[in-house]
Design a protein around this ligand. Structure first.
Ligand code: FAQ
Length: 312
């Protein structure tokens, strides 16, 4: 079959809602777009351990410490599933990590904000994992099988993360005046960056048309952002948190919450390396890579020894 015929067959499979597997024929651009998106997702999970890892030693009780530790470990696991899923697209882990460590590949903007108080563990669980769930529940039905399947497990874990974050904030909101203020101040800082996680407005999103056509993305950036806002506003009201947007208003005709303008200048600054913590995050990951060299060398030496033994 010619390239054109193969592509036509591929598009027909996508239109029928079939799942594409690693060994199936796929257009080169489908493959490279998936590599870009999936590897950036994996990098985000790994960088995402840093802001919360910062609080493991300072969690206010043994129970909170155990829960936070488990959550941060889960994020490492998510990174590993998604790296493995991306490897099925014929790219090595080394190549992906190289693109990340040299700054060529992005990771989520949200992890370039600092975690200043214990309440930030609540805001990250509730808002950041909450946003991730909305995005990833859709990705669990995407056209690429290995990515979709990774998302099913990840979403289950993210649901637990979301609940523990909400519970931290709910507890603080039932506490002293200082604790309530701490919770509110944290949400004030994380609300807008959480909305930015969904990416630029649809009209400014260069990759969306390809990804929507191929059913990698099932909904646009703005649609998912709106879904997140509609779910989250009532949850904020339930625990007495005020979301820091004076324009937030329910429209009974559209049945959606209208919201104020997102600061896109801030978004582009953050994704282009000029956020509060970009340098710190990249340094932490580069140091971890160098410090982990001996582990990779030892694993490689062990694998070679085993192969020699098998061959003998
Ligand atoms: N941050 O054309 P679009 C988590 C970039 S996991 C940084 O709209 P696309 C779990 C985009 O890459 C969070 N960069 O792009 C957790 C592109 O740049 P490029 C991560 C962003 O791909 C919780 C350019 O802007 N989740 O939180 C962002 O169609 C708690 C143009 O944008 C995923 O990665 C951003 N927010 O849509 C862990 C989910 N937005 O590549 C620890 C999978 C856009 O040309 C603790 N990814 N950019 O250099 C996606 O759903 C999509 O890739 C979007 C972006 C929606 C993020």
């Amino acid at each position: 079959m010619s390239e054109q015929e193969l592509e036509q067959k591929f598009n027909e499979r996508i239109d029928r809602g079939e799942v594409i597997e690693a060994k199936d024929w796929m257009p080169e651009r489908y493959r490279t777009q998936l590599i870009r998106m999936m590897s950036q997702h994996a990098h985000s999970e790994v960088v995402g351990m840093l802001p919360e890892g910062n609080w493991i030693t300072r969690a206010p009780s043994l129970k909170r410490k155990a829960v936070l530790l488990a959550k941060v470990q889960d994020e490492a696991g998510h990174g590993l599933y998604i790296y493995s899923g991306t490897e099925t697209l014929n790219i090595s882990r080394e190549e992906m990590l190289g693109a990340f460590l040299t700054g060529k590949a992005k990771y989520s903007s949200i992890f370039n904000y600092p975690t200043l108080t214990w309440a930030d563990m609540g805001s990250i669980g509730w808002l950041v994992d909450g946003a991730a769930i909305v995005n990833q529940t859709a990705l669990a039905k995407c056209s690429y099988g290995p990515y979709a399947r990774a998302m099913v497990r990840i979403c289950k874990e993210e649901n637990f993360h979301h609940k523990q974050g909400y519970e931290i904030l709910a507890t603080l909101m039932k506490g002293t005046k200082e604790q309530r203020e701490m919770a509110q101040e944290s949400v004030n800082r994380f609300w807008w960056p959480a909305l930015m996680m969904f990416g630029p407005h649809d009209a400014e999103s260069p990759h969306s048309s390809d990804l929507l056509r191929w059913k990698v993305k099932l909904h646009s950036n703005d649609t998912l952002r709106q879904r997140f806002i509609d779910r989250t506003v009532p949850q904020a009201e339930n625990i007495g948190i005020t979301l820091p947007d004076p324009k937030l208003k329910f429209n009974p005709e559209t049945k959606h919450y209208e919201h104020g303008d997102i600061n896109w200048e801030e978004f582009y600054n953050v994704i282009n390396g000029r956020g509060i913590c970009n340098k710190e995050r990249m340094k932490a990951r580069r140091d971890a890579h160098v410090n982990g060299n001996w582990v990779r060398e030892a694993a490689e030496a062990y694998a070679q020894k085993r192969n020699k033994l098998k061959a003998a």
